[in-house]
Design a protein around this ligand. Structure first.
Ligand code: HEM
Length: 280
């Protein structure tokens, strides 16, 4: 009979664990965890040169929203431009593409939310809704830093406050576009819906333009673009732009490494015990 079986029997008989055995187990576990933590910190000291910034669900959500959104932005702008009555055909063609792109946007987002890893999307929404005093300071200082002044914006987490504003904006704009758009689609002369839709366009156009400029053109921020495709970005770049987030990721990685090492130690311990269990 093994020690663990004896311990089990003791526990059953007394209704509680044998204190001596409990102490030995605790000591053994403490040593295993200590060892594991040491190994883990050694493992993570040779960090890979890239870090995963966006998961597959986050990336699919991004593109399912971004592509039809851009089509809506362009065709919507075209419709406003051609509302003079002189370009009726072009306007009608833009309106037809616009309705289907709008429909695809709503259906695509609903599918990703229904079947993707919702928790990851909700976590990003939670981050966008969580504001600290440092975020307000960041909004004040970052533009000055960009202008070359010798000031430093506070370190940020996964999203900087500018990105949080963009995310919050889109979270509010999509329902407004969706409800007013479907209403206009199904009825005629829905003036209130039209006003809401065009007002949302006036907010969306500068937000999307700013987002595209930072993602594609700006010298320092465009280095994050690979994150939207393959998910990974250069670690140095991420540490510079999102230091608190990189710290969180590293701590989580170390925690997982310790957990794996402890599981392995426990498995090895019981396998070893099993090998020494002499058949009667
Ligand atoms: C979310 C889904 C959307 C739906 C279902 C939708 C639907 C519609 C519909 C039915 C119209 C009227 C078309 C017509 O006159 O025949 C319209 C107009 C318009 N939409 Fe959208 N839309 C959506 C998203 C967007 C987005 C994302 C933008 C811009 C970022 C946008 C910008 C506009 C603009 C500017 C107009 C102009 C209207 C005009 O000149 O009368 N829409 N939309």
């Amino acid at each position: 009979m093994t020690d663990s079986q004896t311990a089990g029997d003791d526990r059953d008989a007394a209704g509680a664990a044998d204190p001596a055995l409990e102490a030995i187990t605790q000591e053994w576990l403490r040593q295993a965890v200590g060892e594991a933590a040491a190994t883990a910190s050694l493992t993570t000291s040779v960090a890979p040169s890239t870090i995963e910034r966006f998961t597959p669900t986050e990336r699919v959500y991004h593109w399912v929203q971004a592509i039809p959104y851009l089509v809506c932005l362009l065709t919507g702008g075209g419709m406003l431009l051609w509302a003079d009555g002189l370009h009726a055909e072009a306007r009608e063609a833009a309106a037809a593409v616009h309705r289907w792109a709008g429909g695809a946007l709503l259906v695509g987002v609903a599918i990703v939310v229904a079947f993707g890893r919702r928790a990851e999307l909700f976590e990003n929404a939670r981050i966008a809704c969580t504001w600290r005093r440092e975020d307000l300071l960041w909004l004040l200082v970052y533009p000055l830093e960009e202008l070359g002044l010798d000031v430093h914006a506070p370190p940020t987490g996964k999203f900087n406050p500018g990105q949080k504003l963009n995310l919050l904006g889109q979270l509010l704009l999509i329902p407004v576009f969706g409800v007013s758009g479907v209403f206009m689609w199904l009825t005629h002369g829905a003036l209130l819906a039209w006003y809401a839709h065009v007002a949302a366009f006036c907010v969306a156009a500068p937000l999307v333009s700013g987002h595209l400029y930072l993602a594609l053109v700006h010298r320092t921020t465009r280095k994050g673009l690979p994150g939207a495709f393959g998910g990974r970005v250069p670690r140095d770049w991420a540490t510079e732009h999102y230091p608190l987030w990189v710290k969180e990721q590293d701590a989580e990685e170390r925690r997982q490494a310790v957990e794996r090492r402890v599981h392995q130690a426990v498995r090895e311990h019981f396998e070893h015990e099993h090998e020494h269990e002499a058949p009667a």
